[in-house]
Design a binder for this molecule. Structure first.
Ligand SMILES: [Zn+2]
Length: 387
C-alpha cells in the first residue's frame, strides 16, 4: 500500500491523491489511455504523464504495445498489473476462519479454511488472523507492502469506528482487530458484519430489490440484516436485525445472551441436530440429513422440523409486521434442503399476521455455494479503498 498511500500534508497530499485517483481509474476502466485519464479526471497531461511514469516504474501499471494503423498510431493503453497488489478477505464465524487471497483485479488465488472451535479469547483470534495472513503471503511470495487492503467479515457485533469485533457473546470482549492488523501490515482494514458483507456484495447494486429487503440466516446462530433504500439498517447501537433474540416463547429456554425464550434458544443447526440425535439415537451430523429423513417420512424428523418452522414463523411474522419488506432472503440448511419450506412457513405465518399481503412477497433461498463471504468482503474492501 505504501506507494499509493495518501501523504499527510499540503501539496504532497494532492499529489498522492492524484496517484490513487489515477490508479483507481485505470483499475476500473482498463484498458484506458493517458488522454482518456486526463479527460475523465480533469488532470493536466503533464500530471497524468508524470504519475503514469511513476506507476510504470513501480511495476503497478503496464502498457499495451502500439500498433501503426492507417489513421496513425493507436494510443498506448494502460493496465494495472494483476500482481501489483493483493486483497485479503477474511470471514470469521464461530466454527471457522476463511482466508481468501485475491489479486487486485478481484481474481481468486487461494482460499484457506481453519477451524476456530478452540478460539474464544482475543489474543487467540488475533494471532490466528496474523498466522493466516502470513501463511498466504509466504505461500505466494507476496510482500506486506503489496497488500492493498484487508477486509474482515465477522459474525456478531462490529464496531466500525474502533475497528473491533465482539466475537463471543459469552466473553463480552471487544477484539481490536483493525488496530492489531494495522500495526502488522500497514494497510487499510475494512470491517463488516458477515451477513451485511454477503448482502452488500450480492444485492446492493441489484436495483431489482424493491424498497425493503430482509435477510434471515440460520446456522450456528440466527441473525440477519435489513436493507432499506439501498442501505443496511444497523440501528443506534448496531443491534438492528438481531433476529436470533426475538422472543418466540416468553420465559422459555435460556438463550446465549442470558435471557429466555429467544428464537436462538430453539432453532440453530446444532440444537436441531442434538434434538434429532436424542430422539433417534442416531449419529446425525447435519440439518441436511434431518431434512432428508423428513422427506422420507421419518416421524421424528418431521416433528423437529415442524416445530422449528413454527418458531421461525413466530419470528418472521414479527419481522414482516415491523418492516413489511418486499423481499425476504433465507439462508441455512433447513431452508436449502427442506422441500416446500417456503409454503410451510407461509402457512404458519398466515395464522399469525393480520394481512396476507405481508407474506405475499418475493421469497429467495440463498444457497450455501452462492455465499463466499471472504470474496464479498475482499470486493467491498477494494471498492472502499479506491477513490
Ligand atoms: Zn437471546
Amino acid at each position: 500500500m505504501r506507494f499509493l498511500e495518501v501523504e499527510k500534508k499540503g501539496l504532497a497530499q494532492i499529489k498522492s491523491q492524484n496517484r490513487i485517483r489515477i490508479f483507481s481509474e485505470i483499475l476500473r476502466q482498463q484498458p484506458i489511455s493517458r488522454t482518456q485519464l486526463e479527460t475523465v479526471l480533469s488532470l493536466s497531461p503533464s500530471t497524468v504523464s508524470r504519475i503514469v511514469e511513476q506507476l510504470l516504474k513501480a511495476g503497478i501499471v503496464k502498457e499495451s504495445g502500439t500498433e501503426p494503423t492507417a489513421i496513425g498510431r493507436k494510443p498506448i493503453m494502460l493496465y494495472i498489473r494483476e500482481d501489483a497488489y493483493y486483497v485479503i478477505g477474511i470471514s470469521i464465524t464461530k466454527k471457522r476462519i476463511v482466508f481468501g487471497l485475491m489479486n487486485v483485479l478481484g481474481e481468486v488465488i487461494e482460499k484457506v479454511q481453519w477451524s476456530t472451535i478452540a478460539i474464544s479469547r482475543s489474543e487467540e483470534l488475533l494471532s490466528t488472523l496474523e498466522r493466516g495472513i502470513n501463511h498466504l503471503l509466504l505461500t505466494y511470495s507476496i510482500s506486506p507492502e503489496q497488500i492493498l487492503t484487508i477486509g474482515i467479515a465477522a459474525r456478531g457485533l462490529i464496531n466500525k469506528e474502533t475497528g473491533s469485533i465482539l466475537y463471543a457473546m459469552e466473553t463480552k470482549e471487544w477484539i481490536p482487530v483493525r488496530e492489531h492488523l494495522n500495526q502488522l501490515f500497514d494497510c487499510p482494514v475494512y470491517l463488516e458484519n458477515n451477513v451485511a458483507a454477503d448482502l452488500k456484495a450480492q444485492y446492493m447494486q441489484d436495483s431489482v430489490i424493491e424498497n425493503a429487503m430482509v435477510y434471515l440466516y440460520m446456522d450456528e446462530g440466527i441473525g440477519g440484516s435489513i436493507i432499506y433504500d439501498g442501505k443496511i439498517i444497523d440501528g443506534q447501537s448496531n443491534m438492528a436485525s438481531r433476529f436470533g433474540h426475538l422472543t418466540v416463547i416468553p420465559d422459555g429456554n435460556l438463550c446465549s445472551c442470558g435471557k429466555r425464550g429467544h428464537l436462538e434458544a430453539y432453532v440453530t443447526n446444532s440444537l436441531l441436530i442434538e434434538a434429532y440425535r436424542q430422539q433417534t439415537q442416531s449419529s446425525c451430523s447435519s440439518v441436511k440429513e434431518i431434512c432428508f429423513a423428513a422427506s422420507q417420512g421419518e416421524p421424528s424428523a418431521n416433528i423437529i422440523i415442524d416445530e422449528a418452522l413454527r418458531k421461525l414463523a413466530f419470528a418472521i411474522s414479527q419481522i414482516l409486521v415491523n418492516i413489511n419488506p418486499g423481499t425476504l432472503v433465507l439462508y441455512g440448511e433447513l431452508f436449502e434442503y427442506y422441500q416446500g419450506v417456503i409454503d410451510a412457513l407461509k402457512k404458519e405465518i398466515d395464522k399469525l399476521v393480520f394481512d396476507e399481503k405481508l407474506y405475499q412477497i418475493k421469497w429467495i433461498i440463498r444457497k450455501e455455494h452462492q455465499v463466499q463471504v471472504e470474496q464479498s468482503i475482499a470486493k467491498l474492501a477494494l471498492e472502499w479503498v479506491l477513490v
